[in-house]
Write a protein that binds this ligand. Structure first.
Ligand code: NAD
Ligand code: LMR
Length: 330
C-alpha cells in the first residue's frame, strides 16, 4: 500500500541547521524509513535563493521518500496542511542587543507563525521549536494558536539531553546505550539543570557509576552540559548545527515512535503544574512517549539540590514569559 506523504515544514531552511536537517528528513530519519514526505521550506526573502540551492541538492540525492518540495516566504503557504513543523529560523542575538530586544524580535517571527499554524496546519500538527530562545519562542507560537492543543507545541532540549548522555558515558567508560533516564529540567539556556541523580548507567545509579563524586557533578558535569552551546561557538567558530539537527530528528522521531522501555527523554513542553513548575510555562521535563503522545514521568523524589536548580531555571522561564507578556506578544 502506498502511504500518504507527511507534510513537514522547516523554517530557516537555508540556515546551517536547515542544511544538516533536510537531507536526513528526506532520507527517512525523522519519521521512519517507510514514510514519504513533502518538504515545505519557509525562508525570509533574502534566504529564498539559497533555499532553492538546497532544494536542487535534495533533488540530486534522488531520495525515494521525498515526494515534493515547496519553497516560500509566506507562512500561510508553508504551514498549509503541515503535519510536522520544525521552527528553526530565528533572530540571533547581535552585539548590543538586550534580552528584551531579542524576545521582541523573535515575537515578531513566532507570533505570526503561531497564527499561520493555527489557521492552516493539519489537525494532527506537531511543532518543535529549535530557534532560540526556544522555550519562550515556543510559548509565543503556542499562545498565538488557540485552536491547536497546547501539548502540540514543544521546545528542543534534546540536544542538552544527548550532551548529558555523552558526558556520562565518557566518564563511566561505557557506551551511550548504557546510560538511561537522564533529565534536562527547565530552560534551554545556561540555567538548565542536567540531572544525573535519577539516571542509571548499566542498571546502577548513575551517580555511583561515575564515582559518587559530587564535586565532579557540580563543577564539571552540570556546567559542561549547560554551557556546551557556548563552548561549541568558541571552538568551532559557529553555533552547533549538525548536532542540533540530529537532536531535532531525535526529538520528533521519539515523539512519534515512542521511548524505549526502561528509558525516558527530555522535551520542553507546556507545564501541567508537575514538580511545582507553574502551569503554562514551556519547560523541559522527563517524558515518556507512546503512539504520538507524551507523559511527564511522575513520582521522582527531588532533593534540595535538585529543587534549587529546577527553581532557578523555571524562574528564568517565568521572567521571559513576563517580558513577552509585557511586550504584548502573548
Ligand atoms: P542560521 O542563521 O544559520 O539560519 C537561520 C535561518 O533562518 C537563516 O537562513 C534565516 O534567513 C532564517 N530566518 C530568519 N528569520 C526567519 C523567518 N522569520 N522565517 C523563516 N526563516 C527565517 O542559524 P542556525 O545555526 O541554523 O540556527 C537557527 C536557530 O537555532 C538559532 O536561533 C540558534 O540559536 C538555534 N539553536 C537552537 C538549539 C537548541 O538546542 N534548541 C541548538 C542550536 C541552535
Ligand atoms: C546550543 O545549545 O548549541 C545553541 O542553543 C547555542 C546557541 O546560542 O545558538
Amino acid at each position: 500500500m502506498t502511504r500518504t506523504p507527511v507534510n513537514v515544514t522547516v523554517t530557516g531552511a537555508a540556515g546551517q541547521i536547515g542544511y544538516a536537517l533536510l537531507f536526513r528528513i528526506a532520507s527517512g530519519h525523522l519519521l521512519g524509513a517507510d514514510v514519504p514526505v513533502n518538504l515545505r521550506l519557509l525562508e525570509i526573502p533574502q534566504g529564498l535563493k539559497a533555499a532553492e540551492g538546497v532544494a536542487m541538492e535534495l533533488d540530486d540525492c534522488a531520495f525515494p521518500l521525498l515526494r515534493d518540495i515547496t519553497i516560500t516566504d509566506q507562512a500561510n503557504v508553508a504551514f498549509d496542511g503541515a503535519n510536522v513543523a520544525l521552527l528553526v529560523g530565528a533572530r540571533p542575538r547581535t552585539a548590543g542587543m538586550e534580552r528584551g530586544d531579542l524576545l521582541s524580535a523573535n515575537g515578531g517571527i513566532f507570533g505570526p507563525q503561531g497564527k499561520a499554524i493555527n489557521a492552516n496546519a493539519a489537525d494532527d500538527i506537531k511543532v518543535l521549536v529549535v530557534g532560540n530562545p526556544a522555550n519562550t519562542n515556543a510559548l509565543i507560537a503556542q499562545r498565538n494558536a488557540p485552536d491547536v492543543p497546547a501539548e502540540r507545541f514543544t521546545a528542543m532540549t534534546r540536544l542538552d539531553h544527548n550532551r548529558a548522555v555523552a558526558q556520562l558515558a565518557k566518564k563511566a567508560g561505557v557506551t551511550v546505550e548504557d546510560v538511561k533516564k537522564v533529565t534536562i529540567w527547565g530552560n534551554h539556556s545556561a540555567t538548565q539543570y542536567p540531572d544525573l541523580f535519577h539516571a542509571e548507567i548499566s542498571g546502577k545509579a548513575a551517580f555511583d557509576a561515575v564515582g559518587g563524586d559530587q564535586e565532579w557533578v557540580e563543577n564539571f558535569f552540570i556546567p559542561k552540559v549547560a554551557k556546551r552551546g557556548a563552548e561549541i561557538i568558541e571552538v568551532r567558530g559557529a553555533s552547533s548545527a549538525a548536532s542540533a539537527a540530529n537532536a531535532a530528528i531525535d526529538h520528533v522521531y521519539t515523539w512519534v515512535n515512542g521511548t524505549p522501555a526502561g528509558d525516558w527523554t527530555s522535551m520542553g513542553i507546556v507545564s501541567d503544574g508537575s514538580y511545582g513548575v507553574p502551569e503554562g510555562l514551556i519547560s523541559s521535563f522527563p517524558v515518556t512517549t507512546k503512539d504520538g503522545k507524551f507523559e511527564i514521568v511522575q513520582g521522582l523524589d527531588l532533593s534540595e539540590f535538585d529543587r534549587k536548580r529546577i527553581d532557578a531555571s523555571v524562574g528564568e522561564l517565568a521572567e521571559e514569559r513576563d517580558a513577552v507578556q509585557e511586550l504584548g506578544l502573548i
